[in-house]
Design a protein around this ligand. Structure first.
Ligand code: ADP
Ligand code: MG
Length: 286
């Protein structure tokens, strides 16, 4: 049977916008040793803006942006939205066909009869191309058409207002390891991590790689492992963690279903709050 005090703890948490799906998760949360966070949309706002368009060789900026926006005309990824916004026009459906999107990599499509690739450096490398290495901070979108590298578009995302404070509160609670996961490239990931005071980063991960990373961290934990994500493509990771925390109750149904704790909004400070409430409740129960 569940001790009565757990109901008090769960009720107190829910008044703070933290929905805990059972007393056992309070016990597991209280023993948190490792926290794993997704980057985009979880620690960052997930709203991207184009900051630079950099053609390679003789390509022109307007054409580079247009090809990228056209290829992304059907994607719901925030990167796609920012490219379409920066282009400012809308695609005629016949211009874009054979669209294929690969999670964590980018899109492939036929644009005005030409095969186009828009996405990470890894996506272009897989196709045998050698994209420019970019040293500026931000997410890099590489573009190729007809087997030729055209250049890149630099996109920036901002860290959330409370992310840094959330990480420092987790450390103050004695959490031993805080690890950030992302499909984004190493440089973009390290820039965000250093802004937030996170010392462990695993970058360039496909969705399956995020599950493998969590499996690996589970082998080396001393207490419990908590994963927090915004619910976009992370249901398998939410399910695998000892406690899966999904942000934004209005996010995807699959994530709310797979999660053990659901946060009513996107504020990362709710994670250290949930751990503190669980620890206080446990002290009362014992
Ligand atoms: P995160 O793991 O940080 O939540 P994602 O897994 O959504 O990020 O994406 C990882 C990377 O994959 C992006 O940084 C980008 O390089 C590439 N990518 C994914 N989808 C797209 C897309 N539709 N257009 C361009 N690039 C994309
Ligand atoms: Mg994400």
């Amino acid at each position: 049977s569940i001790p009565l005090t757990f109901f008090g703890g769960i009720g107190g948490a829910s008044r703070c916008g933290i929905l805990i799906k059972g007393g056992n998760y309070m016990e597991t949360l209280a023993k948190t040793d490792t926290v794993v966070c997704d980057k985009t949309g979880t620690l960052t706002k997930g709203t991207f803006h184009v900051t630079q368009v950099v053609p390679a060789g003789s390509a022109d900026k307007g054409r580079l942006l247009e090809i990228a926006a056209l290829a992304e005309s059907c994607s719901s990824h925030p990167i796609a939205t920012s490219l379409r916004e920066a282009w400012g026009k809308s695609a005629v459906p016949e211009q874009v066909t054979d669209i294929q999107e690969t999670a964590g990599r980018g899109v492939q499509a036929m644009v005005n009869g030409q095969p186009v690739l828009v996405g990470s450096s890894a996506l272009l490398q897989q196709a045998g191309l050698t994209p420019l290495e970019v040293t500026q901070p931000g997410t890099v979108v590489q573009v190729a058409a007809d087997g030729t590298y055209l250049g890149y578009i630099l996109i920036s995302d901002e860290v959330k207002e409370h992310s840094k404070e959330a990480i420092s509160q987790l450390k103050a609670e004695g959490i031993r390891r805080v690890v950030m996961l992302t499909g984004d490239d190493q440089k973009a990931a390290e820039t965000v991590a250093s802004q937030l005071g996170i010392d462990e980063v695993r970058a360039e991960l496909l969705p399956g790689g995020k599950v493998d990373t969590v499996e690996d961290l589970l082998q080396n934990k001393k207490g419990s492992l908590v994963f927090m994500g915004d619910g976009i493509n992370d249901a398998p990771v939410l399910a695998r963690a000892d406690v899966g925390v999904a942000m934004g109750a209005l996010g995807s149904d699959a994530a709310v279903e797979a999660a053990d704790v659901v946060l009513m909004d996107d504020d990362p400070l709710k994670l250290p709050a949930a751990i503190r409430i669980s620890r206080k409740t446990l002290r009362i129960v014992r």
